[in-house]
Design a protein. Structure first.
Length: 320
């Protein structure tokens, strides 16, 4: 038996049935959602030592589960957990009115700016925890991809393990198209339609992650199009071909046109927009193949009021 913590709740042998909602889900993710208080490293040790079995057979962390499987977990000790955070009435109301599309397999949500996609780093609740609480015990909800906390717009949530597996595979093979809109400093050149520079994640300060352009980093490609030009700003469309952390933000900074309100990647002093405190980046649309019907889907999220108000106060010019 492996103890997760020296003190806590001791369990007996657990036999966990795999429901249709978890069909296609990875074993490690399946168990981490159910064994609250068990560190991921300890879970992997349990699996490696054969103390977790699927249908009485040894398995691996990335084993895919099927409906009707039985997962056996040997006795272990779990640290006591604080009660799960629940969304307040205002957040529930906001999210209920932010659903762009929903069926029995997936949902697309217009994520509010300022709401993290998941709990952590001092946050007790994020988008996915709120959606799970709203769905109720036993209903599957899992993020297909992520958005930065301060980025608003389209995000996909799978409602079954099978849908999650298909959608993430499509994402990996670039069969899903993401379209963003950003309000950037200065006049973006109309002939600057593509940026391909490699990016590297760094963590120079505790708790702060910075992405920089580095030749030995991971390849990153973003395509751009100018939508509107203003005296001191541009509204652009950005279509990331790769999915690197902070990719659009760093590529805009690299081009000399950082996103307005992006304090992390705006290094010089911009007098015109010093009062803007929020990142003006919005996931405007998602095009993807439905994981079950295979129908071509497109969901769109309108610009948030804050961005529209800022745009309405700008003087538009013709720079073509």
């Amino acid at each position: 038996m492996i103890n997760a913590q020296p003190e806590g709740v001791r369990t007996g042998v657990q036999l966990i049935d795999v429901s249709v909602h978890s069909d296609g889900q990875r074993l490690d993710n399946f168990l981490l959602a159910r064994l609250k208080g068990l560190p991921k490293s300890h879970l992997y040790r349990l699996i490696r030592k054969g103390e977790v079995r699927v249908n009485k057979k040894r398995c691996k962390p990335d084993s895919r589960l099927e409906t009707g499987d039985v997962v056996r977990v040997a006795p272990l000790r779990l640290s006591e957990q604080a009660p799960a955070a629940t969304p307040g009435a205002s957040l529930v109301n906001l999210l209920e009115h932010s659903v762009l599309y929903e069926d029995e397999h997936l949902m697309a949500v217009n994520k509010p700016a300022g709401l993290a996609v998941h709990a952590g780093s001092g946050l007790r609740i994020g988008l996915i925890e709120a959606l799970r609480a709203m769905a109720g015990e036993g209903d599957f909800r899992e993020l297909v991809h992520r958005l930065d906390k301060d980025t608003s717009g389209c995000i996909l949530v799978a409602k079954s393990g099978k849908a999650l597996k298909v959608l993430q595979a499509d994402l990996k093979h670039k069969a899903m198209e993401k379209t963003y809109q950003a309000l950037v400093h200065g006049n973006w050149p109309h002939d600057l339609i593509e940026i391909k520079v490699s990016l590297q994640k760094n963590q120079p300060h505790a708790g702060e992650r910075i992405v920089t352009v580095q030749t030995d980093g991971k390849s990153a490609l973003t395509r751009f199009r100018v939508l509107r030009t203003f005296a001191e700003a541009s509204l652009i469309e950005a279509m990331p071909v790769t999915g690197r952390t902070h990719q659009i933000r760093v590529h805009c900074q690299y081009a000399g046109h950082p996103i307005i309100g992006d304090s992390k990647y705006t290094y010089d002093h911009r007098h015109s927009f010093t009062s803007v405190r929020h990142l003006n980046l919005h996931a405007a649309a998602l095009s993807f193949r439905h994981p079950v019907s295979e129908q071509e889907m497109r969901v769109e999220a309108p610009l948030r009021d804050e961005m529209n108000s800022l745009i309405d106060g700008l003087i538009e010019v013709n720079r073509r």
